[in-house]
Each structure stands twice: as structure tokens, then as C-alpha cells.
Write a protein that binds this ligand. Structure first.
Ligand SMILES: O=C(CO)[C@H](O)[C@H](O)COP(=O)(O)O
Length: 264
């Protein structure tokens, strides 16, 4: 079947900048995604992230597969990304034992200088963490709003088994996380569900002083399936600001992405 041609112009027009001084986030996301696509090599197994920065990466990767003959195989971190990957002609692999990825490219809601992340704003944190953990290289693609001095302003998402919800919320409140059940954007009277059918709880910590300690406290709450702290997983991030893309690596000074012709 003939695949639709997707143009950069289309991607750039996803959303217009808010004002003359506001950053053009769609253009920054596209720049980060374009940079990452340039580092994908023939024969790679690729994990496909979820969200508005991962989406142009998937679209552009599909373009390289269709028009440039790039041979890759991929697994997506959400139904939405899987659907997009199919539309743009990326061959997909089902989960199976022993399957690992050379590279996963995914977005983030917050990242700090040590490349500790908050993820899950799009509700895909469980599959995202599974695929990130099964990857030799997790590359984050991000617009300029995602880089922070300290994690926590973005509410930390949790995926929660429905039966356990009240007790998980009590436990998170005891940790100072002000939990809020996420509602469905299309149907605001109903709770949102993950691709696994679980509930999503957004925890308003404001500041997370010690992400590793918080992760250890969260993971032992029964019924809390996964949390959105991704610690020690990301090898590098492409952070776009205006027309410049920088490579961030844990604890290192940012470097212009143009310095790298392959994965940093
Ligand atoms: O974790 C995620 C989805 O679960 C996304 O990577 C995160 O929300 C960033 O999304 P976007 O690139 O749209 O800002």
C-alpha cells in the first residue's frame, strides 16, 4: 500500500507559536527529532517513544525507511505510536524474550543536568520504562521547556491498578505528593486509562529533593505499577532551543549537536 507523503512543513504547522517572544515549541520538537533521526543506522532495532516530540521522530524515521531504504525494526511504547509507525511504514516487532533495542528515542516532561527524567505526561510511562530498560541507548528528544534545575514542578505520573487507587493516593499524600486522579481529555467526567487499562495519578511534589529516595519509596506501594521517574536510564538528550540543538549527557556540559555525526 502506498504510504502518505509527510512533509516537514506539515510538522512545523502542528501548532503556532503563542506570541512573538514565546518559543516555537513545535519547531524545537521537530529540530530535536530531526537531529535524532540522523543518528539512526541501518540494521538498528529502535524503540519508539510517545508524545509530541517522539511523533515527528517516528514520522521522519518512516520517511527514511520508505525513501532512503533504511532497514530497521521497531517496537512502540504506546498504541498511538504503534499506529503512527504503521502509517509511515516502519516494520514493527512484537514483544518477545531476548528482544533488545540498539536505540530508543523518547520525549520527557522534565530532565535535569544528570539526565534524571520525569516521564508519563502522555500516560505511556509503563511501556516507556520497559522499552527504555530493554535498550542499550536511551536518547531523549526535548524542547527547551523540559530542561529544569530540579525535578518536580511537572506532576509525577503514576500508573495504578484500579482496585488499589485509594490506598496508593493515601501513600502518595503521606510522601507529600498531592495526588490527583487524571481524567480523560475526551470525556472529562471519566478517569483516563493507560494502554494497559490502569489508572493514572499525577503527584504534585513541586520539588523532588532526592529522586532516588522517592523512587524507592514509591516502588514499594502495593498496586502502584510504575512511576514516571527515569533514573540512570538516559545516555543523552537532544535539547532544542530556538534554532540550536544541544546534546546533554549526564553531568557534562552541553555540546552543540552539530559536533556529532553519530550517537553521542
Ligand atoms: O512520557 C511521555 C509520554 O508518556 C512523553 O515522552 C512526555 O510526556 C513528553 O511528551 P512531549 O514530547 O509531547 O512533550
Amino acid at each position: 500500500m502506498r504510504q502518505p507523503r509527510l512533509r516537514l512543513q506539515f510538522l512545523l504547522n502542528v501548532s503556532a507559536p503563542q506570541s512573538a517572544s514565546a518559543p516555537d515549541l513545535a519547531a524545537e520538537k521537530l529540530l530535536a527529532a530531526t537531529t535524532a533521526v540522523g543518528w539512526v543506522r541501518d540494521g538498528m532495532r529502535v524503540g519508539l517513544g510517545t508524545g509530541s516530540t517522539a511523533a515527528p521522530f517516528i514520522t521522519l524515521l518512516g520517511q527514511r525507511v520508505r525513501e532512503g531504504g533504511l532497514r530497521i525494526e521497531a517496537t512502540a511504547t504506546s498504541r498511538a505510536s504503534e499506529e503512527l509507525a504503521r502509517q509511515v511504514g516502519i516494520p514493527l516487532l512484537e514483544p518477545r524474550r531476548g528482544l533488545r533495542f540498539d536505540l530508543t528515542v523518547d520525549g520527557a516532561d522534565e530532565l535535569d543536568a544528570q539526565l534524571r527524567l520525569i516521564k508519563g505526561g502522555g500516560g505511556a510511562l509503563l511501556r516507556e520504562k520497559v522499552i527504555a530498560t530493554a535498550s542499550d541507548y536511551l536518547l531523549i528528544v526535548a524542547d527547551s521547556t523540559k530542561a529544569v534545575g530540579q525535578l518536580g514542578r511537572f506532576p509525577l505520573p503514576l500508573e495504578v491498578v484500579p482496585f488499589a487507587l485509594p490506598w496508593v493516593m493515601d501513600a502518595v499524600a503521606d510522601l507529600g505528593g498531592a495526588p490527583v486522579l487524571r481524567m480523560d481529555k475526551q470525556n472529562p467526567l471519566e478517569p483516563a486509562h493507560s494502554d494497559q487499562g490502569n489508572l493514572l495519578v499525577d503527584c504534585h511534589f513541586q520539588q523532588i529533593e532526592d529522586p532516588a529516595m522517592l523512587a524507592a519509596q514509591l516502588i514499594v506501594i502495593p498496586g502502584m505499577v510504575e512511576h514516571g521517574l527515569f533514573l540512570g536510564l538516559a545516555r543523552a538528550a537532544v535539547v532544542a532551543q530556538g534554532g540550536q540543538a544541544q546534546v546533554w549527557r549526564p553531568g557534562q556540559a552541553p555540546v552543540a549537536a552539530s559536533e556529532f555525526t553519530a550517537l553521542p
